[in-house]
Write a protein that binds this ligand. Structure first.
Ligand code: 3PG
Ligand code: MG
Length: 399
């Protein structure tokens, strides 16, 4: 995989695929407001380098799932404004259809942002020729392609894979760093290798658990997915999240872990509530004693200590998925405890994108105390599943 240092960019126009798929909320005046700009911050090293080198930058990215329709609420206007603030320059937002003259007039150091590429149905088309037609339009705007949207490298889409084949290409700083960190962990992790999985659905993580169980020393399970594990052990889970269809698969994982000598740790206690609400009545109960009519919304205090002790002496810790409903203050303690234990550990610590990365920022844990906070939720999971990521494989084709 080539890096930015292998490319000639001075005086050239560089098409950068970024992932600025940031969370948005409605602002007081009806405008859309970015609630976590982590993915924009993460692109700055590449963009700053390209500007210093005297490149003209054209950025292509998506926001949400527009499915080929122009959806005003998914405009990149808030991203253009925030990126402009961070780079201290004007970022010109333009639909692809109007981009040719705008890019032609741009000067070295200028930044042009193409409007949400998923407004064009060809971006995510399953028909190769349709994607290639869009890729050709994108490629015609630039001399060089830089892949820096790690969050989207697991997608075979026009602006991710097809366009990379049409121009000299390289990984940007972010993609290079992410691929190096995850590649190193999968190839030769410092041991004990500990993975902490949470989040609401065990069905999202079946592939990850199946692959990791052959590689890790310890697997710590929390969050909504833990209740399906409890059910597989024959415990009642009250009204907690349960994916009954997956109980057998999960039971298989429990058996596999014990055969392989993998320490599979499930919560030993929970914070349960009588409703899914921040002001619900709560109590702490043992894992085998969740009362009927109550739902588990966080791991309990003994589990937090247990997990922290298994993180403290690790060589590598990878974490994906919150331990509880951290967005509600009474159920944030488990997620905060795991984040703090990782921050205190001297292991190589990696947070696998998405909700866990947002949790670290929302709960105000110092991001600098982790080795790496991934910008890719789905992409980092596919890495942990051992899959080939098309947006990275394409960069090797002409390396
Ligand atoms: C993400 O946020 O997961 C990435 O930006 C990819 O988006 P997608 O899941 O809609 O393809
Ligand atoms: Mg996704």
């Amino acid at each position: 995989m080539k890096s930015l240092d292998d490319l000639q960019v001075a005086g050239r126009t560089v098409l950068v695929r970024a992932d600025f798929n940031v969370p948005l909320a409605d602002g007081p005046d009806g405008s859309r407001v970015i609630t976590d700009d982590g993915r924009i911050q993460a692109a700055l090293p590449t963009l700053a380098f390209l500007r210093e080198q005297g490149a003209t930058i054209v950025i292509v990215c998506h926001l949400g799932r527009a499915k080929g329709e122009v959806v005003p609420a998914l405009s990149l206007a808030p991203v253009a404004a925030r990126l402009g603030e961070l780079l201290d320059t004007t970022v010109t937002l333009v639909p692809l259809a109007d981009a040719v003259p705008v890019v032609a007039a741009a000067q070295p150091g200028d930044v042009v942002l193409l409007e949400n590429i998923r407004f064009d149905a060809r971006e995510t088309s399953k028909v190769t020729e349709e994607r290639q037609a869009l890729a050709a339009e994108l490629a015609a705007l630039a001399d060089v392609y830089v892949s820096d949207g790690f969050g989207v490298v697991h997608r075979n889409q026009a602006s991710v894979t097809d366009v990379a084949r049409l121009l000299p290409n390289a990984a940007g700083r972010l993609v290079h760093k992410e691929a190096t960190v995850f590649g190193g962990i999968m190839a030769d992790p410092a041991r004990p290798f500990v993975v902490i999985l949470g989040g609401s659905k065990v069905s999202d993580k079946l592939g990850v658990i199946g692959n990791l169980i052959t590689r890790v020393d310890r697997l710590l399970i929390g969050g909504g997915m833990a209740y399906t594990f409890l059910a597989a052990q024959g415990h009642g889970v009250g009204t907690s999240l349960l994916e009954a269809d997956h109980i057998d698969t999960v039971r298989g994982f429990i058996e596999q872990a014990s055969e392989r000598g993998v320490e599979l740790l499930l919560p030993v206690d929970f914070v349960v509530a009588d409703a899914f609400a921040a002001d619900a009545a709560t109590q702490v109960v043992d894992a085998d004693a969740i009362p009927d009519g109550w739902m588990g919304l966080d791991i309990g205090p003994r589990t937090r200590e247990l997990f922290a002790s298994r993180i403290a002496d690790a060589g590598t810790v990878v974490w994906n998925g919150p331990m509880g409903v951290f967005e509600m203050e009474p159920f944030a303690g488990g997620t905060l405890a795991v984040a703090r234990a990782m921050a205190d550990s001297s292991a190589l610590t990696v947070i696998g994108g998405g909700d866990s990365a947002a949790a670290v920022r929302i709960l105000d844990v110092d991001e600098d105390r982790f080795t790496h906070i991934s910008t890719g939720g789905g992409a980092s999971l596919e890495f942990l599943e051992g899959k080939t990521l098309p947006g990275l494989a394409v960069l090797e084709e002409n390396a």
